[in-house]
Design a protein around this ligand. Sequence first.
Ligand code: FES
Length: 105
Amino acid sequence: MTFLRACALSDLQEDVPKRVDLNGVPVSVVRTDEGVFAINDICSHANVSLSEGEVEDCMIECWLHGSSFDLRTGKPSGLPATKPVAVYPVKIEGDDVLVSVNQES
Ligand code: FES
């Protein structure tokens, strides 16, 4: 599994998503009181950037139609989205936030 540097931990404000591009994959990195999570930045319902939405209780809300996705699992909590969004493993090394966007486990 290859981890790429996404950003500095000190750049992340709690519950404020940061969009990064990792090998062409748009990723939203979010620091919460449960840890740091990385989720694909595109809503599973339409082509909308999740990092423009709000985060609360480890859920990121799509601003367009209001589905929220669990940052731990990528699963939507309710309609209109029905499919999960990919989530990615995160490692913290010093002040570096590292994310693995390759799909093989
Ligand atoms: S585009 Fe995200 S819920 Fe519709």
